[in-house]
Write a protein that binds this ligand. Structure first.
Ligand SMILES: O=C(O)CCC(=O)C(=O)O
Length: 275
């Protein structure tokens, strides 16, 4: 992905602004995919501290996520700083620079019943800003019918901020402390929404606004579904810690005051800027 600018056409940028999500095909090469799959294997065998796991140790029916690996895992660190993914997201959100927030590995073992609940990312995070987005990179093939991501098209423009939902139906975790509006039951009224999903191949990226309502079904298929999401902060991001947000980085960890741009090079390093 050396020439990431040439990968994004004006129409892709327009689609991102209108829909809140785009698929960029084959933007991450096979060598990266293989290295990231090894990270997934290592984490499944020896999970880091920030894990959500619906069925620990099982080979089936398990939604496993682990996050915030970049400070300790050299592969993740390399991916964040050298793969070109930061620039891809920066171009799409129209920012002149991108700081990194965190990485998130998501694995659905074969025949997993747990869906990823419909949610918006931004209320989980101690930030506000419209140029905050994720790049979800497929590490395995998946179809919408099985376990790929779905989005409510244009929901980044709804001006809503819904209570975070835990990915583990048996453990509300940090989301329990949030006080706010519950997300509507999208699944029960799918035809009321403009839902768009993407079949993906390894190396495809779904880049989406942190305000987008999105989710995914369980994994009905016979193979593991794995994806690696990185979370990015553009020029308009402001530090906004609140009850019920992700505790990986708290006020005690940062040199930033609430309401300020997160110019903290230790916690939110600059990974890309427009030259
Ligand atoms: O992979 C999934 O099922 C969910 C991913 C997700 O919600 C995200 O990357 O924000």
């Amino acid at each position: 992905m050396d020439e990431q600018q040439s990968l994004i056409s004006g129409s892709t940028r327009d689609a991102f602004a209108t829909d809140g999500v785009v698929k960029v095909e084959q933007v991450v090469d096979e060598a990266w995919v293989d290295r990231l799959l090894e990270v997934a294997d290592r984490q499944l065998a020896e999970p880091g501290p920030w894990v959500s796991d619906t069925n620990p140790g099982a080979e089936h029916d398990r939604l496993f996520t682990t996050r915030y690996l970049w400070q300790d895992d050299p592969t993740v660190r390399d991916f964040v700083f050298t793969s070109g993914i930061a620039g891809l997201v920066g171009e799409l959100v129209g920012s002149s620079s991108m700081r990194f927030y965190f990485d998130h590995m998501l694995v659905k073992e074969p025949v997993t019943s747990a869906p990823t609940p419909w949610h918006q990312d931004i209320p989980y995070w101690p930030f506000l800003g419209k140029q905050i987005a994720s790049a979800w990179v497929a590490l395995t093939s998946s179809t919408v019918a099985e376990s790929s991501l779905e989005f409510v098209r244009g929901s980044h423009r709804w001006d809503n901020y819904y209570a975070p939902e835990s990915f583990d139906p048996n453990d509300k975790g940090f989301t329990a402390d949030f006080e706010g509006k519950k997300i509507p039951d999208i699944e029960a009224a799918r035809s009321d929404y403009d839902i768009v999903g993407f079949d993906v191949e390894p190396g495809d990226a779904l880049v989406f606004s942190s305000w987008m309502v999105h989710g995914s079904p369980g994994n009905a298929g016979p193979n593991r579904r794995a994806a690696f999401s990185t979370r990015w902060l553009g020029d308009d991001a402001t530090w906004s810690p609140h009850p019920g947000c992700d505790p990986t980085v708290t006020q005690a960890d940062v040199s930033v005051k609430p309401g300020a741009y997160p110019a903290d090079d230790n916690r939110f390093p600059l990974a890309w800027s427009q030259t």
